[in-house]
Design a protein around this ligand. Sequence first.
Ligand SMILES: [Zn+2]
Length: 434
Amino acid sequence: VDHNTVGVLKAQLEYEWNSSTWYRERLDRAGVDVAAFSDIAQLERVPRFDKEQHRLSQEASLRESGHPYGLHLCAGTDDLRAVQATSGTTGLPTFYTFTESDLRVNDAAIAAGLAAAGVRPGDVVLHAYALSMFVGGVPWVRGIQALGAAAVPVGAEGGTARLLQFAGAVRPRVLCCTPSFAEHLIERAPQVVGVDVGDLGIEILVCGGEAGAGDPSVRAILESAYGARVYDVQGGAWGHFAISCEAHEGMHLITPDNVLLEALDPATGRPLPLDHGRVGNLAVTSLRWQAGPILRYDMADTARFLTEPCSCGRPGLRYQLLGRTDDMVIVSGVNVHPSAVRDVVASWYPRVSGAIRISVHEPGPRVTPPLDVRVERGPGAAQDGDEELAAALEDRLRDALRFRARITIVPAGTLRRSDHKTPLLVRESGEAAR
Ligand SMILES: [Zn+2]
């Protein structure tokens, strides 16, 4: 962390202290003197924020301030120019708010990130993330436009058939969607538009919203089917944007001026030293956000941080997303991320389709082995190899990830797909999980 970042962070802290009673009390209680802030180590005293606290902050602001955006809102509600959200499974959605200044910061961040992936002014960009109330939706459309490219916002809501029809008509150079949706299009394109995805002229796939494009096997499937370069990406709010490069060794943080990243110990919440290869929970602190700035937001992502120079020559911090912390299971003491299981399985493509579904029958993160994993046979693969394939996958998972799995091979296309995010893990509670 350089001197400049400390100065910018100090300004953000002073802004928060002055604009929000909630922040003032939080910083005062933590013993952070914002006027004298001079050392990044002082930030460690500030309690981390997370999705649960975000929800509590919103419930409190509904009661006390008559709006749902949280007591951490530092701008007036009449200064808001955009509201985004992630849908909660219960209760209020989690809101993300933007002022005019925030929109400019965010537009520039997304434009810079896409430019790093080789998206150019004048390109046609087919947008297939969920458009409705998702930071990958309208904010990304704005970012594409800010870059000078033409956004075609069909969105995930448009559905597979409509998206493929538009792809055939507008011939996009760039497609933005979740990796599982990109995989799904591989199977559907021949049926819907009568051509393979590789014939659609797409040169760049920008895949985010879930882990996947960062997994070598999943990326290999997408690259070979589309004949395109595939980039793994994270970002869309607070001016946070990270994207992989040609080296595919993690995502470069494109916007270190906008956000400060930390690795937190998942058990204690304490910051871990950011040395090369360090694994921890990704926490984000906004540095120049007006509406709802965040301090040490635990994103519930397990990340590996890379600090040594990348072979592509770009400077700065990189990180890889290993999976969602709430998806992680513990099998005989070993932490297992579903995305890591999927990556191992996907290396058998085309004998497998790449889609998997892990079923967990116990409530907590601890699972009694073997872990139940359903694996889809590849669309053209013969059924009579199932037993041998299952045994080979079980062996490989034990060797690579050190846990015991029970593999069931199912026909191609039988595991439910979502246009938005496809779960790799389901918790069986009596209901059928297809
Ligand atoms: Zn690089």
